[in-house]
Design a protein around this ligand. Structure first.
Ligand SMILES: [Fe+2]
Length: 634
C-alpha cells in the first residue's frame, strides 16, 4: 500500500468516524433541542419544529421494522380483479407486478439514511440547505419506470375493495358493507345518506370536528358564497336551526401537484347540510367546489345537479375533508403543537422536576418522527396534493395565523362551531355525532388525570407562580424565537396550569386512536370514503353528464390507493413501540414511586382504566388494548 493510498483510507475512516459520532451519539437530555429555522424561511406563524438530527437514524430503523411488520397484511391483498385487460390481484394493482415492495421500501430507507448522513455532514441546519430539502418532492423510485398497472383508474366501484386485506379477516368482515360503499359512487340517495355518518362515526383519528351550525352571525358569509343559490328553502332551514356547514374553502390556497405523472388535486369545498328534525340525521344539500384561488367555481344542488355531478361534488367534499383530517385535524393538532411544547419543556425544565417526570412517559419519539416526516417527505407522507414538506409548512403557517392554543381543544372547537349535544342526541348521547361525544369524554378524563397531578404537586396558586422552571417553560413556549405557541395563558394559577397540560396530554393521548385496526379498516381503507386526492383537475359543471367510469377517473388510481394503504397499514398492522396500557397491568410502570395509592399514581391508574374502557367501545368488536401507543410515534 502506498502512502497516498494509506492517506486516502485514513481520510475515509476519519470521515466515517465523524459520521458515526453524529449518527449514533445519544441525545443528552441536558442539552437544548434546537428548532428548524422556519421563521427565517418566511414562516413566522407555525410553532417551532424541533430538530433532533441525532435521533433520526434510530427513527429510520424503527420505521424499517414497522414496514416489515406490514408485509403479512399487504400479502393479504390477494383477491383478483379485471381492469382494462389486466387480470391481477390487489397487491399487483396497488404496488406493481412481481415487485418486491418491501425490498424497494428498504432501498428507499437506505437512500434516505444516506441523505441524512450527507445532511449531517453538510450542516443541514443552514437555512438554504433546509429549504432545498423541504422542497424536494421527488421520490427515489420515480427514477424507475412505473408498472402501468399502478397507474390505472378503477372501472367499477366494487373494485375499491381491492385494498381490503384478507389478513385478520378485514375483507371478510367488511364484505357485507361492500354494496353499500360501492353505491355511494352510483346512487345519490345512498351517497347522501352515508355522507355525514361516515365522518361522524369514523373521523376520530382524523380529528374531524369540522361541522358548524349556521346561525345569524355566520350566515352572511355563506350566503355571499352561494349568491343566488342561497334559496328560500335554505333560509327556512336557517330559521328552523336545521342548517349546518363544512367549510373547507381554506384549501383555495393549494395548487394541484403532479406526482408520478398524475395530478393530485385537493378541491376547496363548502358543503351545506340539512338536519331532519325528527331523526336528527344530516344530509348534504349543496356543495361549492373551487380550484386554486377560487377558480373553476361550481355550485351543485342535490336533486338539481345531474347524478354524476352530484356524486362528483360529494367526492370533492370528501377529498378536502380527508386532506383536513390528515394534515390539520391530525398532524397540526396532535403532532406539531405538542412537539413545540415538548421541546421547550426539555430546554427549560430539569429532568428531576415533577412536570418532567410526569410528562416523560408520553414525550418520546414524536420529535424525531416529525423531522423524518418533514425532511424525508417523499418516503413517508400519504398521497395528497401536499406533495412536499414546504407545501405542508406553508399551508400550516397560514392555518396557524391568529390561532390560539386552546382553539384546538375539542370543547372550544365544538363550542365555537355551535355544536350542541341536544342537537346530535336522538336515541343516546351524541349518537348522531359519536366522535364528538368520544372526544369530549376523553377530554374530561384527561382533565381529571391532570387535575390530580397538579393539585397534588403544587400546594396552591402561589406555588405555581413561584415555580421558576414552570415560568421559564411558559416564557420559552410563547417566545417567537423559541416555542412560538400562541395563546398560552399566564401560569398564575393551578387552574391555568391544569388547562394548559390538559390540552397537551389530550393531544398526545388522543393520537393513540390512530393505531387501532378499526380506525383504518374497513371504512377508511375503502378510499372513496376518504379520498386522499382527486386525480383530474377539472371541475365539471353541475349539468354535466358523468358516467360511473368517468367519475372514477377523478378518483384515486391504483398506485395512489397503494400508497394510502402503506400509510394506513403502518398504523394498523405494526405494534406500538410502547403501549399506553402496561402489559403487566395498570398498577405497574407508575411515575411517582411504585405505591399505587400515591394520589398521582392513583390518578394515572384511573386514567389507564378509562382508556381501556374507551378502547373497548372504540375498537369494537375486537378491541386491541395494547395497540394504543403511549407516545406519538408515527
Ligand atoms: Fe400521527
Amino acid at each position: 500500500m502506498t502512502w497516498n493510498n494509506l492517506l486516502v483510507v485514513l481520510g475515509v475512516l476519519l470521515l466515517l468516524g465523524i459520521a458515526a459520532y453524529f449518527l449514533f451519539r445519544r441525545r443528552d437530555y441536558g442539552k437544548r433541542i434546537r428548532r428548524l429555522p422556519l421563521h427565517l424561511l418566511g414562516f413566522p406563524n407555525i410553532p417551532a419544529v424541533p430538530f433532533v438530527l441525532n435521533e433520526i437514524p434510530d427513527t429510520l430503523f424503527r420505521l424499517s421494522k414497522r414496514a416489515y411488520a406490514t408485509t403479512q397484511a399487504k400479502s393479504g391483498l390477494n383477491n383478483t380483479y379485471k381492469i382494462e385487460g389486466f387480470d391481477a390481484n390487489g397487491y399487483s394493482y396497488l404496488y406493481g407486478r412481481g415487485k418486491d415492495v418491501p425490498a424497494e421500501q428498504e432501498m428507499d430507507r437506505q437512500q434516505l439514511k444516506a441523505d441524512m448522513e450527507t445532511a449531517i455532514l453538510e450542516n443541514e441546519l443552514r437555512p438554504g440547505k433546509v429549504r432545498s430539502r423541504l422542497e424536494d418532492n421527488t421520490h427515489p423510485l420515480t427514477a424507475q419506470a412505473e408498472d402501468p398497472i399502478t397507474l390505472l383508474s378503477l372501472t367499477a366501484p366494487e373494485q375499491f375493495a381491492m385494498s381490503w386485506t384478507t389478513f385478520n379477516a378485514v375483507y371478510e368482515d367488511a364484505e357485507p358493507q361492500l354494496a353499500n360503499y360501492a353505491a355511494t359512487l352510483t346512487d345519490p340517495e345512498v351517497a347522501n345518506r352515508e355522507f355525514w355518518p361516515t365522518i361522524a362515526q369514523h373521523g376520530f383519528a382524523y380529528n374531524l370536528l369540522i361541522l358548524q351550525k349556521v346561525n345569524a352571525q355566520n350566515a352572511a358569509d355563506f350566503k355571499a358564497a352561494f349568491g343566488e343559490e342561497w334559496t328560500a328553502d335554505i333560509e327556512t332551514l336557517l330559521e328552523r336551526q336545521l342548517l349546518y356547514a363544512i367549510d373547507l374553502r381554506f384549501y383555495e390556497i393549494l395548487q394541484p401537484q403532479t406526482v408520478k405523472g398524475n395530478p393530485r388535486f385537493t378541491p376547496a369545498t363548502l358543503t351545506l347540510l340539512a338536519q331532519d328534525p325528527s331523526t336528527k340525521t344530516l344530509q348534504p344539500i349543496k356543495v361549492i367546489v373551487t380550484g386554486y384561488q377560487g377558480t373553476q367555481k361550481q355550485i351543485y344542488t342535490y336533486g338539481v345537479a345531474t347524478t354524476g355531478a352530484w356524486l362528483y361534488a360529494l367526492q370533492a367534499a370528501k377529498t378536502s375533508i380527508t386532506l383536513y383530517g390528515i394534515w390539520t385535524g391530525h398532524v397540526w393538532h396532535w403532532h406539531i403543537v405538542s412537539a413545540a411544547l415538548l421541546m421547550t419543556l426539555n430546554n427549560e425544565v430539569e429532568e428531576t422536576h415533577p412536570l418532567r417526570l410526569f410528562m416523560a412517559p408520553q414525550s418520546n419519539f414524536l420529535l424525531s418522527f416529525n423531522d423524518v416526516l418533514l425532511l424525508l417527505w417523499k418516503g413517508i407522507a400519504p398521497p395528497t396534493s401536499v406533495s412536499s414538506a414546504t407545501q405542508f409548512i406553508a399551508m400550516t403557517d397560514v392555518f396557524a395565523r391568529g390561532r390560539a392554543y386552546f382553539d384546538d381543544d375539542p370543547d372550544v372547537t365544538l363550542g365555537k362551531f355551535g355544536i350542541l349535544k341536544s342537537d346530535f342526541s336522538e336515541n343516546g348521547d351524541w349518537d348522531q355525532f359519536p366522535i364528538a361525544g368520544q372526544m369530549l369524554q376523553l377530554w374530561q378524563a384527561t382533565g381529571d388525570y391532570i387535575s390530580a397531578f397538579v393539585n397534588n404537586t403544587w400546594a396552591n396558586d402561589a406555588a405555581v407562580v413561584a415555580d421558576k422552571q414552570l415560568q421559564a417553560w411558559l416564557a420559552a413556549s410563547t417566545n417567537p424565537e423559541e416555542g412560538n405557541v400562541a395563546g398560552l395563558p399566564a401560569l398564575d394559577s393551578r387552574a391555568n396550569l391544569i388547562r394548559t397540560l390538559q390540552s397537551l396530554v389530550f393531544r398526545l393521548t388522543a393520537h393513540g386512536s390512530a393505531r387501532l385496526n378499526h380506525s383504518a379498516n374497513p371504512v377508511l381503507s375503502f378510499v372513496t370514503n376518504f379520498p386522499p386526492c382527486l386525480q383530474l383537475t377539472d371541475i365539471p359543471p353541475a349539468n354535466a353528464d358523468i358516467s360511473t367510469e368517468a367519475l372514477l377517473r377523478y378518483l384515486p388510481k391504483t398506485g395512489t390507493i397503494g400508497e394510502m394503504m402503506t400509510f394506513y397499514f403502518t398504523f394498523a398492522f405494526s405494534a406500538p413501540y410502547v403501549p399506553f396500557l402496561p402489559l403487566a397491568g395498570n398498577n405497574t410502570e407508575l411515575i411517582f414511586g411504585d405505591d399505587p395509592t400515591e394520589p398521582r399514581n392513583a390518578a394515572l391508574i384511573a386514567f389507564r382504566e378509562y382508556i381501556h374502557d374507551f378502547i373497548t367501545g372504540y375498537d369494537a368488536p375486537t378491541p386491541q388494548y395494547y395497540q394504543w401507543p403511549r407516545n406519538i410515534e408515527t
